[in-house]
Design a protein around this ligand. Structure first.
Ligand SMILES: [Zn+2]
Length: 438
């Protein structure tokens, strides 16, 4: 290997200088001092929750420190990406020890319990290595706080990930796939193509994802997060359209104070709670398809009032003053009906329970998913035998089948006083049932 003089090692890497705050600079580059400042600012944006264990915190901080040196050596970014995988494992180990409070209960293949004192994760490793199962037929099982026991083979990353899922520290159906990819030592963010050379943008994304994972493990979801977001704020929103559906107005409800019904033709108006933030140029992409009795929006959207005239909406809003709230859109339950070769749009469990008798016939699916579209495509795949599994966590997509059966089976346990909202859908709403060929 050729020896470089110190002066050369201290020289900025031209490749890093081309990354500007707005993206890759075409023919432009930052001065080295500016690039150093900028890249440190980027790494400084992602911080850990104060509850995170010291060991994990130190490893994460080390990655952030090294990230800054990418200004001198572009290869640092690939190392940051690779090393992040190791930090995930460390975070899972530290969280495991925290979670079990120093004592882990293992169950052997005779069903006998063994209390193992665990000051650090290596203690558990040592126990598993030195205490082979006498009959060696079945692996150790780990007793969970719920009383259930899960298979715990060797305490490696696969076991830890399964454990974090079982005890509810990790969440989200789409995240299951991302977590699986991490365990398989593929890229953290599941970029297609497997191993690759990271640049500063990918490495920063990795640091961000890593911070999200660590914070989630210690019970702190990330506001605006990509993987494990904190509950999202929903505004009180007014949506109105003329009878001919030629246009649509969506505003936050405080604009209702000055609103009047146009003279040209009758308008329909609804008041919703939905994700809609015009000042941030962000709105639920499914809002225009709103249907009070079907789930089609990316985030939960609920009908508060309507349909009616804009004037009546304004009067109702002034009197009731509904407030914004926050919702978690991961791991929602959707009910899907399959009847007479037709597949129906997903509905909320409470709405399914409140359906009239004639709308209950057929086979019903209770599906856990992050998006109603995921649930719908999963059930369509099941009924058309296109690859999805009708039980448990699907290996083919990002859903989990909770239950399948007649209406009274899948809605058992839902409050008996559930009521259906008034029936209203925008002119752009999707057909509630579609024919499927089985
Ligand atoms: Zn599926």
């Amino acid at each position: 290997m050729p020896i470089s003089p110190l002066e050369e090692l201290q020289r900025a890497d031209e490749r890093t200088l081309r990354f500007l705050p707005g993206g890759l600079g075409l023919g432009m580059k930052l001065r080295p001092e500016k690039a150093a400042e900028y890249q440190q600012e980027v790494a400084g944006r992602f911080t850990l929750d104060e509850r995170v264990a010291e060991g994990t915190r130190s490893s994460y901080e080390r990655l952030r420190t090294v990230f800054a040196y990418g200004v001198l050596c572009y290869e640092i970014y690939t190392l940051v990406g690779d090393h992040a995988l190791l930090v995930i494992e460390q975070a899972l180990r530290d969280r495991f020890v925290d979670f079990h409070g120093g004592t882990v209960t293992l169950v052997d293949d005779t069903g006998a319990e063994h209390q193992v004192a665990v000051a650090g994760y290596n203690d558990l490793h040592t126990f598993l290595r030195t205490h082979r199962q006498p009959r060696r037929r079945r692996p150790w099982r780990l007793r969970l706080p719920t009383g259930a026991a899960m298979t715990f083979r060797d305490g490696m990353l696969h076991d830890l990930r399964a454990w974090a899922r079982q005890v509810g520290l990790l969440r989200g159906q789409r995240n299951r796939g991302i977590e699986r990819a991490m365990v398989e030592l593929r890229n953290l963010v599941a970029h297609p193509g497997g191993y690759q050379v990271y640049g500063p943008v990918e490495a920063a994304q990795t640091l961000h994802d890593l911070a999200e994972i660590i914070n989630q493990l210690w019970g702190a979801p990330t506001p605006g997060g990509r993987l494990y977001p904190a509950p999202t704020r929903r505004e009180v929103v007014v949506m109105a359209w003329p009878a001919d559906g030629s246009k649509r107005i969506t505003v936050t409800a405080d604009a209702l104070a000055d609103a009047v019904d146009p003279d040209d033709q009758p308008w329909q108006c609804v008041v919703l709670r939905a994700v809609f933030r015009p000042d941030e140029h962000f709105a639920d992409p499914g809002l225009r398809y709103f249907d009070s009795r079907a789930e089609v929006t990316t985030y939960p959207a609920d009908l508060l009032w309507g349909p009616g005239t804009i004037a009546d909406a304004a009067a109702w809003y002034t009197q009731h003053k509904p407030q914004p709230d926050h919702v978690d859109h991961l791991d929602r339950t959707f009910m899907i009906r399959h009847y007479d070769n037709h597949l129906y749009l997903p509905v909320q469990p409470q709405h399914a329970a409140a359906l009239r008798r004639q709308h209950r016939t057929g086979n019903w699916y209770a599906i856990r998913a992050d998006h109603p579209g995921d649930a719908y495509h999963h059930v369509r795949s099941i009924v058309t035998s296109a690859g999805c599994q009708p039980h448990g966590q699907c290996q083919n997509c990002h859903t989990e089948t909770l239950q399948v059966g007649p209406h009274h089976t899948v809605t058992a346990g839902i409050r008996a006083d559930a009521v259906l909202p008034p029936d209203v859908a925008t002119p752009w709403a999707l057909p509630r049932a579609r024919r499927v060929s089985v």
